[in-house]
Write a protein that binds this ligand. Structure first.
Ligand code: ADP
Ligand code: MG
Length: 286
């Protein structure tokens, strides 16, 4: 295969040029980082599991009407997605207090929130992804009111759907972070798609019975066994075999490459309807 052009090398993934215009390839790395890269590690197998979990969840979401960027899995570490213009916001939905909500507001970890809460962080590593208000979002043009409303509506639906999906496999969805992107149609119309990834790297998942953390906090809090926990999440979702694919601390490549391909039939067929919006009020560069 010809050498592909790398478009962006992120903390957890690398983005390569895709085979067709309007597509890119997401390569899932084993790198784990925290605290502005002050804490780093390579956790063999994490990328393979996140690739698979994200592919599966995006496909499930697509099937219940959330438009996503995911098209198909290519191999154990890569997936084909639609290229979008990422909106520079992290949308966070919280059901239970954890992470910086606890430290900022002095709330005990594990407190069930009176109702789910949505927050926005500016996607800017240099600034430490600061929390921003709706007014700041509109004033600085990171998103317009239509986009924000759409992103919030989708995020609430994602929260309900994923809470149920995970509860069904004995996991509590404590909170999660998603990113959205813009796709411009031929007539200049705008579509918003769920982009990036949904995996235990950006969802807090606690075992319903034991409270055990099965997400990225295992790395942040030095609990160990992160890859094993991610693998158990994938096993419970039924997307890796009972025997697992991590053997002796690394991926059994034969097993991993032999996994059934995940394809987002709807996204591939979809003529991008439903979220079409013409005449964006906030014309922007393409
Ligand atoms: P980061 O270090 O910025 O978090 P990641 O390791 O998450 O980077 O790599 C993925 C990068 O690609 C992110 O910056 C994300 O916003 C971006 N991205 C995700 N999905 C798409 C997409 N469909 N099209 C273009 N860029 C995307
Ligand atoms: Mg990221």
């Amino acid at each position: 295969m010809a050498r592909r052009k790398m478009l962006y090398d992120g903390k957890g993934k690398t983005i390569f040029e895709g085979p067709e215009i309007g597509t890119v390839i997401q390569y899932f790395k084993d790198d784990a980082t925290a605290y502005d890269k002050q804490k780093q590690a390579i956790l063999p197998g994490k990328g393979v599991l996140n690739n698979r979990i994200s592919a599966y969840i995006m496909t499930r979401l697509e099937n219940m009407g959330i438009p996503t960027h995911f098209l198909k899995s290519l191999n154990m570490r890569e997936q084909l997605v639609r290229e979008v213009e990422i909106i520079p916001l992290e949308v966070i939905v919280r059901n239970v207090a954890a992470g910086n909500l606890c430290t900022r507001l002095n709330i005990k970890e594990g407190t069930v929130l009176p109702r789910p809460i949505i927050e926005f962080n500016l996607k800017n590593d240099d600034l430490g992804n600061p929390m921003v208000t709706e007014d700041q979002i509109f004033a600085f043009g990171w998103a317009d009111p239509y986009e924000l409303e759409e992103m919030m509506a989708m995020s609430w639906r994602i929260n309900d759907f994923l809470s149920g999906l995970f509860a069904g496999i004995g996991l509590r969805l404590v909170d999660f972070k998603v990113e959205y992107g813009r796709l411009f149609g031929e007539m200049g119309e705008l579509y918003l798609l769920l982009a990036d990834e949904i995996s235990p790297d950006n969802c807090r998942l606690w075992d319903l019975k034991t409270g055990e953390k099965m997400d990225r906090d295992r790395f942040i809090e030095d609990l160990g066994g992160l890859v094993e926990a991610y693998e158990r999440v994938a096993q419970r979702l039924g997307i890796v075999p009972e025997g697992g694919i991590i053997k002796g601390g690394s991926v059994n490549e034969q097993l991993a490459e032999g996994l059934e391909e995940i394809e987002n039939e709807l996204a591939r067929q979809r003529k991008l309807k439903g979220i079409k919006r013409t005449n964006p009020t906030n014309p922007r560069k393409i």
